[in-house]
Design a protein around this ligand. Sequence first.
Ligand code: BGC
Length: 480
Amino acid sequence: MTTLSPELESALAQIEADFHVSSDLLQRATARFVEEMEVGLREAHPRGLPMLPTFVRLIPDGTEKGTFLAADLGGTNFRVCSVELDGKGDFDLQQLKFPVPAEFQKGSADTLFDFLASKVEAFVAKFHGTQTATPPGLGASADACDADGRFKLGFTFLFPVQQTALDRGTLVRWTKGFDIAEAVDQDVVALLQQAIDKRKVPVHVVALANDTVGTLLARGYSLHGSGSTTAIGAIFGTGTNGAYLEKLANITKLGLQVETLAAGGSDMVVNTEWGSFDNELKVLPNTKYDAAIDKETANPGVHLFEKRILGMFLGEVVRNVLVDLYERGFVFQQYRERGRLPHRLTTAWELPLEVLSHIEIDDSGSLKELELGLLQALRLPTTLEERVVVQRVTRAASARLARLSAIPIAGILLKTRGAPLTEPVEVGVDGSVVEFYPGFKETVVAALLETPLGASAKLVTLEISKDGSGVGAALCASTT
Ligand code: BGC
């Protein structure tokens, strides 16, 4: 074990302490999460959790059938797929993924939505070639098409949307680096439909679904006949968020609509948009690194929870700490003479999650993999002592991320089921962090035991819902 100088050891220990999420914080934050859920269900424009009604009324039971299109706009990719549901909890999926060019993420609404429509057109041309709008398009049952024989498409839009019907929703704000002011407050379904119609593609956008709603629905579908239920659909990836089934009567901000909606059942899926939890920073940790990173984003001051637990932010936290330790004279001092660090270490968003995953688990004596990772990603040569520092910083920051991720899960379960839990509960999850980051799932599950759910949190499991958002959007389309 390499021994660090006492000064460096004490600076590092302080950073680790600042990143530690205590049991007390988990308790307080979970209680606060439940309070914000209640406010969000009541108020149209809460400062904290938006708690958006989705107009999705049921979690599927696996008997849904037919072929539907789905499209999802994520942080960096636009994906179009067709999903064939076999009615027995299984499906076949064909998909194409297209990177969204950076200039379209900040250009005009027309440019972005025409780009999306062109990809829907390309997908239909490739997989459903000469088929026209005549049923039974895609080889599916006639009810998989709309009355005009157009293919039904569920649109997953990974940004906060205020939905007013299953197929209508206005954009509340952009996140994840997108910034097209004129699209804010516009109906994103209408924007996509108009762009599709301009290109005369026989596709009808019938449902708008957040990816967490899709994850919840897809997991429900795949549990066909198993007797289990899924309580939450959650994403931990380029963004983070969760959805769950709420009693319609509790969503009081729907006002008089509740009476009409009651005919469709007693529940509705709510999209919490938990990335906005504690925007006032009443309970969340706020280190100087968090404050600096928030300023680097397109939406400073909001989505503050997300900015503490996202994959892309993890790299930024580690990078900011390292630059700070350099400035304080602890590491990378060979660069002092040159007067500056390697360019990539001083450039925001240059440390990817994949490199951090390797850093996290490198247990070789000389931390060889870590050394290579930093050389490749940041062109940064390191001494063994520096590598020890990088690994400790990474582990402290990733543990914080995972422990904070337990808060919304505990909050939703506490509100909907109470503590202690009395039966097994499943959380359907998707996203790069939960899928690939070493130890993430285990740390979340362990942290749940320290929330008000206590030992009963042993009944909670996190299950990957593969292709959740695509299949889920198709399932949403199937309900129309
Ligand atoms: C968006 C959510 C989305 C989440 C996961 C967040 O940034 O606001 O709508 O569900 O990312 O993709």
